[in-house]
Write a protein that binds this ligand. Structure first.
Ligand SMILES: Cc1ncc(COP(=O)(O)O)c(C=O)c1O
Length: 480
């Protein structure tokens, strides 16, 4: 390590010492049983959203919301009475991450390797989080825990809850023009910041492999553990289905494929912005996904299936799952009450994942031995203003509308707007990266070519062990 980096690392460790920070390893986030008992005991007195450094240990899928300790994971199974398909669609619940969304993990994966490697100085630099919403919330939260300044970049049309929370945690905010899919405008802002604010370090989730590495190891392992819990002896892990924003979460599919070679990995986007399916563009209402480009960190060679989901499907099912008449209609259709009560655990992109899982199950004619895992990345807690807007615009939600929405958007959901990818289709998606990353964002053709090589991904994901060693050394430095 150069003396400059070593000096930065020492300053970072001193800052952590002042604030009582200990950094968890990826191994501990994957398996909280590895967290020392004393530390786990202290967590019982810390709220899930508290700005307390101990919450770094809660950047895992295994938080138990009842006890404040850890469990085997949180999941919901969606039965045929709800989905119309026999396949066992199982959602991994992300609401119990600090900030209420799984993106806090992507923030950790981007920030921590640089912090412990002496590449980010929390005493002097500002961490910049370009995002369509939850990534910058996660990054700002991680910064608050580590005591460094955060700048969140997000589109002005994102939900009010997000802006309010970012202000409350003390993040600087830059609102860029447009909605969800206006990511080019976010990149333009990043370039402006690079040129004018030398104190800023940009953590671009769309190109930072730390994002994918975190998901590969932590989300991938959590998904496999849930599969092992729910599966019968003859069951198969048939698919992992994830709507892509940065495509970080999709890396969990790469991990699962390493254990379940027949698994299908499905990337999901909005029909109103079908970039992967049609090289298309447009605006849509599925917050957190669909950004009119192929992220640098999307391992497209490992993607088997695409599904584009009509945003109206997500909005209609959002009402069905969150209005009293919707709950009554679902119960009448045979959906167990315990599940109905938990349906607000699905935020809008989670509804999109559920719809895509139904399409995939229909396409591949999956049966009751097939398990399909979908991440439920955040919950309706972050979208109450969207529900209020709908009530204002569309009026009271009644029983007939609820039954019609269930029949049309779930039971009647067909595999339209999907594509099974062949070798050349995947290559076309890979090539599409050129226009964003080489033409606009300063990457080289040689770098792009390397992304087509499966060895590149194996080596990238393998860095986790080195990170954990660095984290352990850094914790020693904090203690010294
Ligand atoms: C609510 C929500 N769902 C899905 C995603 C997509 O996850 P990823 O960026 O890992 O592809 C995001 C990303 O910000 C999100 O905020």
């Amino acid at each position: 390590m150069t003396s400059d980096r070593d000096a930065v690392r020492r300053r970072a460790a001193a800052r952590c010492r002042e604030r009582g920070v200990v950094i968890p390893t990826l191994a501990q986030l994957r398996d909280p049983d590895l967290i020392p008992g004393g530390l786990r005991g202290r967590l019982a007195g810390v709220g899930l959203w508290d700005v307390d450094p101990l919450n770094l240990f809660r950047i895992t899928w295994r938080n138990d919301p009842r006890t404040g300790q850890f469990n085997a994971g949180n999941w919901l199974e969606f039965p045929a009475a709800l989905t119309g398909v026999e396949a066992r669609i199982v959602g991994m619940v992300g609401k119990w991450f600090p900030t209420g969304a799984h993106k806090v993990g992507a923030g950790f994966g981007c920030l921590v390797p640089r912090l412990v490697g002496g590449e980010f100085d929390p005493t002097a630099q500002v961490a910049v989080w370009p995002s369509t919403g939850n990534f910058c919330r996660g990054g700002a939260f991680d910064c608050a825990l580590l005591g460094c300044r955060a700048l969140a970049i997000l589109p002005e049309e994102m939900s009010r809850e997000r802006f309010e929370w970012l202000r409350s945690i003390g993040a600087e905010i830059v609102a860029t023009p447009g909605c969800e899919s206006n990511v080019k405008e976010i990149y333009d802002e990043c370039w402006r910041i690079r040129d004018t604010r030398p104190e800023c370090v940009i953590f671009n989730q769309f190109e930072e492999f730390g994002n994918a590495v975190w998901h590969y190891h932590v989300t991938g392992e959590a998904a496999d553990a849930i599969f092992r819990r729910v599966a019968g002896p003859r069951d198969r892990l048939a698919a992992f289905v994830s709507a892509t924003g940065s495509a970080g979460t999709l890396a969990a599919g790469d991990h699962l494929r390493s254990r379940h070679p027949d698994l299908k990995i499905c990337a999901v986007e909005a029909l109103q912005c079908p970039t992967l399916l049609r090289c298309g563009f447009g605006g849509h209402r599925i917050e957190g996904i669909g950004d009119k480009h192929v992220p640098w960190i999307h391992n497209v060679r490992n993607t088997d299936f695409l599904a584009a989901i009509d945003d109206e499907q997500c909005i209609a099912v959002m009402r069905l799952f969150n209005e009293p008449e919707g709950w009554t209609a679902l119960e009448r259709a045979g959906v167990p009450l315990e599940l109905v009560e938990n349906l607000p655990l699905l935020g809008i992109s989670s509804l999109c994942n559920l719809a895509a899982a139904i399409k995939l199950a229909r396409w591949y004619e999956l049966d009751a031995r097939d398990v399909v895992i979908v991440p439920l990345t955040d919950s309706m807690e972050l979208y109450q203003s969207r529900l209020h807007e709908l009530r204002d615009r569309r009026g009271h939600y009644d029983r007939d509308q609820a039954a019609a929405d269930h029949a049309r958007w779930l039971l009647g959901c067909t595999p339209d707007w999907t594509r099974e990818l062949g070798y050349r289709d995947r290559q076309a998606l890979h090539n599409l990266k050129y226009f964003t990353w080489v033409e606009q964002q300063g990457r080289t053709v040689e770098e792009l070519r390397r992304l087509w090589d499966p060895d590149f991904w194996r080596e990238t994901y393998a860095v986790a062990a080195a990170w954990d060693r660095q984290i352990a050394e850094f914790n020693e430095l904090i203690g010294s």
